[in-house]
Write a protein that binds this ligand. Structure first.
Ligand code: ACM
Length: 267
C-alpha cells in the first residue's frame, strides 16, 4: 500500500484556495492513502466562534466534502483531511476520511489544545478503525498524541495504520509518535502544516517535519520544517499484525488491564 502525507501551508480563511492547492498536491503523486494536516481547509487560529462558524461546514453536506470526495474518486486515493465541522450550531475539530468509492468516516478531536477549548466542542466519536484495501486505519488529531490511551485503543481495535493530521507547534510529537509505533507495533502517519498565522493578539508558527513511522518506530519518510512536501512510501500493513518483541513477548497478551483501573477514572 502506498501511503503518505501532504505537508502544506493552508491560508487562513481561504477554503476554496486551500482546496485547490490540496487537489494540485494530490494529483502530483500516485498514492493509495494521503493524510493532510489538521484544519487543512481553513487554517487554525480563530479569534472566536463567529469566525470559526464562517468556515466550518457540515459533513457530508458541505461543499468541501463534495470537493474532496470528487478528488478521492478522480485520483483513486483515500484522503484523510482535517477540517472544521459544523453540527447543529456547535463546531468540532474533525478529520474526515474519504475513500475513493465515496464511503467516509468522521473523527472528532477528543483532546482539545489550548484556545481550541474556547471555540470547539470536545469530540464525541471516540476512537475507532475503518477498513480500506485490507488495512485497518484509525485517526487521531494533533494534541491527541499526548494521550497514549488513544493510540492504544486504536491498536487494540486492530489498527495497522494510525493517521495523525496535525498543526504542531511544540517539538515533541514526532518523537512521541515513534514511541506510539513501537509500543503498539503500528504504522503512524503524522501530517503537519508549515507556515505561520499572525492574528494580531495571537500568533503561531507551525513546525512541519511530517513523518511516517513503521511498526518498529523507524522514521521511513520525513519532510523538512518549512517546505511544502508530498511524499509516499510503500508499506505492508500486515506487518502491524505481529505484536511479538520475542516469541514469548506479546504486547497485547502481556498487558495487565486489572492493574490499570485508574486510567479509566477522571483525575
Ligand atoms: C494542536 O493540537 N493543534 C497543537
Amino acid at each position: 500500500m502506498k501511503v503518505g502525507f501532504v505537508q502544506f501551508y493552508p491560508i487562513f480563511g481561504k477554503v476554496k484556495k486551500n482546496l485547490e492547492r490540496m487537489a494540485e498536491l494530490v494529483r502530483s503523486v500516485d498514492a493509495d492513502l494521503l493524510v493532510f494536516p489538521e484544519l487543512a481547509t481553513s487554517g487554525y487560529l480563530f479569534l472566536d466562534e463567529t469566525e470559526l462558524g464562517s468556515v466550518a461546514e457540515p459533513i457530508p453536506r458541505g461543499s468541501s466534502f463534495k470537493f474532496l470526495s470528487d478528488l478521492a474518486k478522480e485520483t483513486e486515493t483515500a484522503l484523510i483531511v482535517g477540517m472544521p465541522e459544523a453540527v447543529k450550531g456547535v463546531y468540532y475539530n474533525s478529520a474526515v476520511s474519504i475513500l475513493p468509492d465515496g464511503q467516509f468516516y468522521i473523527y472528532r478531536k477528543a483532546h482539545l489544545f489550548d484556545n481550541e477549548k474556547r471555540i470547539f466542542k470536545p469530540g464525541d466519536t471516540g476512537f475507532y478503525v475503518f477498513e480500506y484495501k485490507g488495512a485497518k486505519i484509525g485517526v487521531i488529531i494533533c494534541y491527541d498524541w499526548a494521550f497514549p490511551e488513544a493510540t492504544r485503543v486504536l491498536a487494540l481495535l486492530g489498527a495497522h495504520i494510525i493517521a495523525h493530521p496535525a498543526n504542531l507547534v511544540l517539538p515533541y510529537a514526532q518523537r512521541v509518535m515513534r514511541a506510539r509505533s513501537i509500543e503498539n507495533r503500528v504504522f503512524t502517519i503524522t501530517a503537519n502544516r508549515i507556515g505561520a498565522e499572525d492574528r494580531g493578539e495571537m500568533k503561531l508558527e507551525f513546525t512541519g517535519m511530517s513523518q511516517v513511522t513503521d511498526t518498529k518506530g523507524n522514521v521511513i519518510l520525513s519532510a523538512e520544517r518549512d517546505s511544502e512536501s508530498v511524499k509516499v512510501v510503500e508499506i505492508d500493513p500486515a506487518d502491524a499484525e505481529d505484536k511479538k518483541f520475542t516469541p514469548l513477548t506479546d504486547i497485547f497478551e502481556d498487558r495487565r488491564p486489572e492493574l490499570y483501573n485508574l486510567l479509566t477514572k477522571k483525575f
